[in-house]
Each structure stands twice: as C-alpha cells, then as structure tokens.
Design a protein around this ligand. Structure first.
Ligand code: LLP
Length: 416
C-alpha cells in the first residue's frame, strides 16, 4: 500500500502522503489506511474460493474502525467479533446478523445476549469455547426465549509455527474445547435440548501463520469432527493468514483459501466454509506516521526518539515484532547510518529496533504494516492520547478521526 514516487516520497493509494496528511489536518502520530487496498484484498480472497460456499468473516479485533468494517462488508465480508461491543460495531457498520460470528473465551452475559438478540434469529453462530460455556449460553437462551445457534470451537492440539504468544490451537493454550472433552460437549448439547442448535464446528490454530500446513492440520481436525454430525451449516477454519512484515513471508491469503476449499469440498460438499482473517485483510494497508522528537547519543549508540511508541503500536514491545521504519520523504537506503528507533514511553521495551535512516535522520517516518493490531491495542499509558486515524477511501475522499485525546484522559482521570 505504501509506494514511492520518482523522488522517493511516500505515496498512499497513489497520492503523496504529505498531501493526505495536510488534507486531513492530521498531526502525528497518525495511522493512515488505504481502504481501497483493503477492499481489493478482500475481493481477491473471496474469488480464491471459486464456487465453494464461503463466508470470509473479517476478524474485527485487527482493526475495528467503522470505515474499515464498512469497507470490508461492502466488499463481501461478514465479521468475526470477540465481544458484545465489537458485535455492535459490526452491526452498525451494516454487517447482517446472519454473517456474524462471536468468538472468545469468557464471554460476558451481555455479549451472549447481544448475539442471541441480533436480528430475527440471532447471529450466524456463537463459537463455544468450553463445555461450561454451553450451559451459560443455554441459560441465557432460555431466559430470552431465543434458541442459541452455536458452533463448537475445537482446540485441535496443533502447535503452529508462529510467535508463541499468538499460537492458540495447542494443548497448553487457553482457547477452545480439547478433543478429549468433545464427548462431554456433545452430551451437554443433548442435555440442553431446544435451547441450543449446533450449526457448526470450528477452530483457530494461531495468527501470523507463514505456511498453510498448520492451518490445514487444524482444518482436518475440524472436518474430522464435522463429518460425524450430519446437518451442519458450516465449518470454520479460523483466521491466521500471515503477511510479509519484510521478513519474506511468501504465502498469500489466496493460498490458504484454495487449500481450505479443496479440503472442505472433499469432506463436506455444500457446507459453508467460514474463514476469519483479520491481519491479512488490513495489516499491509495501514501505516503509522510519526515525527522525530529528539536524537540522543549515548556511548556508541545513536537513538532516534519518535512521538509514537508502544502506546500506539504495541507489537514490538509485546512480541518483539519488527515493523519496517522508513523516511517519509526518501526511499530507504540500506547502507545509510543506522539509528536505534524508540518511543517516548517509560519502558525499555518501547523500542522499534535498529533502522538505517541516514544522517541527519528524517524529521518524519512511516512505520509499515501497521493496519492490524495497531490502533486496536493502543493505550493511554503515560497519559498519552490515542493516535489520529486517517482513512483514504476508495473514491479518493480523505476522512479522519481523533478519539480520546490526552486532554480527555486528564478530564476522566481527575474526575475519579
Ligand atoms: N479468529 C479468532 C478466533 C482469533 O482469535 C483471531 C485472532 C482471528 C480470527 C484473526 O487472526 P488473524 O487473521 O488476524 O491472524 N495481537 C496479535 C494477534 C492476536 C490474534 C488474536 N486472535 C498480533 O499483533 O500479532
């Protein structure tokens, strides 16, 4: 989504990034999203399923901006949500209840109620994370007089090759129903009778998967259970399609789609295949723009301090993730003088890593691949405001949102 003109200046959606920022009246730090590129990403993925009945349920936790959900909904996606609040966001963005799934462990009664009461018959499926949760959903369903459409989320026992913090389908992970507890889950379903309707089986083995085989191993486990339950509407293989953060990840979302469709078609022809991509639809199509606050020399090390940090983009601090950082007005030069780029927050892990940015270092930089799990994981730590978001729409319009400034934070905290 980020390209360069002949002078090396950064372009977003083919337009000068500096012009976009001026048009938006945006100050840094600012996320800038290319909504057209997100829409194209979604359409390309949907096409890769061929004639397989499918639902690409966008994982809203990756980027919950209304403009992003509306764009992906219009491009043909449903949504996977992790809370009642995300559910409400997706509904307001125009996603139909019949194209919504609620996942997550420890669902609140409010979230369950929102899922049961959406539309005429609730959402497509509540993904059940444990045997105990079946009873909780059934109780709410009886109280509200709405049968709960549920899908069991399996923990297939697959240790996916990814960062350990985002592998979710292995025996030690807190997520999903272990294979050995499945009989208990089916017994619980029988006990609850008409309060629950089993509509599907699902799983999610992890995020930022760089090969399809772990995904397919999870998918096989899901299908192995699904074929024993005639009459299901859907199987759900989860999200997790990896993107290239500059480390050469070569697998494409369409590779996952093609391989998953083949498996599903062979095992259960006609059943809807649900996938839940978040990162791959939005990650590459968002950047974080930041300004230089200070430089600092200590011993042999040169620090470049930005006005953004872990409160805006937590991934480097939390997972040691590397996001490429480049000058806004010049293309990268690999052999330029290198700087240790850090944020202003009082944490040693508020550190983006070493980048060849040259001398003098740029006044403004772009941090790549920040469209997923960026703004949604932001915090007010150190009394910092949330970053601005700028949306470049498919028709060229530029809109912006400024939420939760440091001033409103001071008001809220001093009122305690
Ligand atoms: N479905 C379920 C049930 C999930 O838990 C997730 C992500 C997804 C779908 C979407 O996965 P994706 O396609 O985005 O990989 N904060 C971490 C990622 C956490 C992922 C949580 N679950 C990061 O920044 O890498």
């Amino acid at each position: 989504m980020l390209s360069r003109d002949s002078h090396g200046r950064a372009l977003v959606a083919g337009r000068l990034l500096t012009d976009i920022l001026v048009e938006a009246g945006a100050e840094t730090p600012a996320y800038v999203y290319d909504l057209g590129a997100m829409a194209r990403e979604a359409r390309e993925l949907i096409l890769a399923f061929g004639d397989q009945p499918q639902l690409v349920a966008y994982a809203v936790k990756a980027n919950s901006a209304g403009a992003v959900i509306r764009t992906l909904g219009a491009a043909g996606c449903g949504a996977e949500v992790g809370s009642g609040a995300e559910l409400e966001l997706a509904l307001r963005a125009g996603i139909e209840p019949a194209r919504l799934l609620l996942s997550g462990m420890g669902k609140s009664a409010l979230s369950i109620d929102a899922a049961l009461m959406a539309g005429d018959r609730g959402i497509l499926a509540i993904q059940v994370d444990s045997v105990d949760e079946l009873a909780r959903i059934a109780n709410r369903a009886r109280t509200l007089g709405r049968p709960g459409r549920v899908a069991l989320r399996l923990n297939p026992g697959v240790m996916a090759e990814t960062h350990e913090a985002i592998a979710t389908g292995h025996d030690d992970a807190k997520f999903g129903i272990a294979m050995r507890d499945l009989d208990a889950a089916f017994e619980a379903l029988d006990r609850e009778g008409a309060a629950l309707q089993l509509v599907g089986i699902g799983g999610h083995v992890g995020s930022q998967l760089v090969r399809t085989d772990d995904y397919l191993e999870g998918a096989r486990a899901v299908l192995g259970v699904a074929v024993t339950r005639p009459g299901l509407e859907l199987v759900d293989f989860g999200g997790g399609f990896g993107i290239d953060y500059g480390d050469g990840c070569a697998v494409r979302p369409a590779d996952f789609a093609r391989a998953a469709s083949k498996l599903a078609r062979e095992a259960l022809p006609g059943v809807t295949l649900v996938v839940e991509p978040g990162r791959s639809l939005v990650g590459p199509h968002g950047i974080l723009v930041a300004s230089q606050v200070a430089t600092k020399q200590s011993g042999a090390r040169r620090w470049l301090v930005l006005d953004t940090g872990m409160t805006d983009l937590l991934r480097p601090a939390l997972y040691g993730a590397r996001h490429r950082i480049e000058a806004l007005l010049a293309a990268p030069e690999p052999n330029a003088l290198s700087w240790r780029v850090v944020g202003p927050v009082c944490e040693s892990t508020d550190d983006f890593g070493e980048f060849a940015l040259g001398e003098p270092p740029p006044r403004q930089v772009v941090i790549r691949d920040a469209g997923a799990y960026g703004y949604t994981m932001a915090s007010h730590y150190n009394g910092r405001g949330y970053p601005t978001e700028v949306f470049v729409h498919e028709d060229g319009r530029v809109t912006t949102s400024r939420a939760n400034s440091a001033t409103s934070w001071v008001d809220a905290r001093s009122a305690t």
